[in-house]
Design a protein around this ligand. Structure first.
Ligand SMILES: *Cc1c(COP(=O)(O)O)cnc(C)c1O
Length: 419
């Protein structure tokens, strides 16, 4: 009896999470490191029993995403376990940007302030917390760059091994800022979609590896809800009217919507209407193309854009992005690489925020949506700025620099400034 008891696995504690449910037909199954339903082959999503969640409990929580632990699939004592503690990034009222774009009110959610300087720290922190609960000890991923940083850093902090697969063509900065954490970083000759396929194969072969965006994807993706939670809390517990979200796999966009809905359902905010807009680079715009054509499936493409963190040609959540955008009355647009660089520079010039190419996509797409009348200039709009410009300096190379190089003379400086 005693022996049997001591070998009994203790109950899984993933907080309010109770089951996995398939997105298409709603088949239910126990919480496990699985991502596709064996019943209908659709993605699995976490189902919850939230109970009562109060604003005061959240406000009394830590200044990171664990303040929302009662809304996430993570252990009850998650804040006591080593992780990167991302979140609580600033929401900046961007009046100068709003003026430049000719709209009334814009807020910039500046996720460059996370530990590895992108929103990916949020999803990885949740994936790591859930993976630990499932008994994994290796954190792995295929990545377009930011995920590589986040996984390698989180694994280092947790004392885990990491296996990170990247396309060999990735920006040098993103390679170095991953390699420094000293996990197993492997560059693969191929694009992200090749790397992703390889990861799916390796996940099947290595049962003790938690691939954050493959076998523990249902938990990982819930981390993006914290963007919605923070925006709502920072606005004084209310929802914005419009939000513009960059699309890679599409997970973030669908989960920001899920986060807003949950807040409304739990009575934490008034369930006011909001519209979700999607942003892509034209060189990798399969979801934007499907939206324009009125399709409900997404035709894969071969990416060719400087916005490499968004360069997923076969986005797993593409159809769900189309659902979300259509249901909320939003739209999806795409912008050229030239416009992406303009977007980066516009945000820097007006608000002093330096974003990576993905943020340039968001800003430039917002501009286009305003110009084409799809985004209401009188409604309050949030832009999700998801990554830091220091990681994609290549995009600006040979385009900007000093106004002049002069000898150390006041006269010479004056001459340049006079023009
Ligand atoms: C990964 C990423 C996104 C979008 O991610 P999804 O796969 O759509 O969830 C957006 N911005 C940056 C900077 C990213 O790295």
């Amino acid at each position: 009896m005693t022996a049997a008891l001591s070998t009994t696995k203790r109950a899984l504690d993933l907080g309010p999470a109770v089951e996995l449910v398939s997105k298409e037909e709603g088949h239910r199954q126990p919480l496990a490191p699985e991502f596709v339903s064996a019943e209908d082959f659709s993605p699995l999503e976490v189902a919850y029993d939230f109970g009562k969640v109060r604003r005061e409990d959240i406000e009394a929580g830590p200044k990171n995403i664990w303040r929302y632990k009662k809304l996430l699939p993570v252990p009850s004592n998650v804040e006591e376990i080593p992780n990167t503690e991302p979140g609580c990034t600033r929401l900046v009222r961007a009046d100068r940007l709003a003026k430049a774009l000719g709209v009334k009110r814009i807020w910039v959610k500046d996720d460059t302030g996370n530990p590895t300087h992108s929103f990916k720290d949020r999803v990885v922190a949740v994936a790591l917390a859930a993976a630990r609960e499932f008994g994994f000890e290796v954190l792995a991923c295929p990545s377009t760059g930011n995920l590589a940083n986040a996984v390698a850093a989180a694994a280092a902090r947790a004392g885990w091994e990491s296996v990170v697969l990247i396309p060999s063509s990735l920006e040098r900065a993103k390679i170095l800022t991953t390699a420094v954490y000293d996990g197993a970083l492997i560059a693969v000759d191929g694009n992200y979609d090749d790397v992703n396929r390889l990861a799916t194969q390796l996940a099947a072969e290595n049962e003790n590896w938690a691939f954050v965006n493959v076998n523990v994807r249902p938990y990982y993706s819930e981390g993006s809800k914290t963007l919605a939670f923070e925006v709502a809390e920072q606005l004084g517990w209310r929802l914005p009217e419009q939000i513009v979200v960059p699309i890679a796999s599409g997970s973030q966009l669908t989960k920001v919507d899920k986060g807003f809905r949950e807040l409304g359902e739990l009575g934490l905010v008034e369930a006011s209407p909001y519209r979700v807009f999607g942003a892509q680079a034209t060189g990798c715009s399969p979801v934007s193309a499907a939206f324009r054509a009125g399709h409900d499936v997404v035709q894969p493409v071969k990416p060719d854009t400087i916005a490499r963190s968004l360069a997923i040609g076969n986005p797993a959540d593409g159809p769900y992005v189309l659902d979300t955008v259509t249901r909320t009355g939003g739209a999806i647009e795409d912008v050229s690489d030239e416009e992406v660089v303009e977007g980066i520079r516009l945000l820097a010039r007006t608000e002093g925020i330096f974003t990576e190419t993905a943020g340039g996509v968001t800003v430039a797409t917002a501009k286009k949506l305003i110009e084409t009348g799809k985004l209401d200039p009188d409604a309050e709009t949030v832009l999700l700025i998801t990554g830091d410009g220091l990681k994609t300096l290549d995009a600006l190379e040979d385009r900007i620099g000093p106004r002049a190089t002069v000898p150390p003379s006041a006269d010479a400086v004056r001459k340049v400034l006079e023009g």
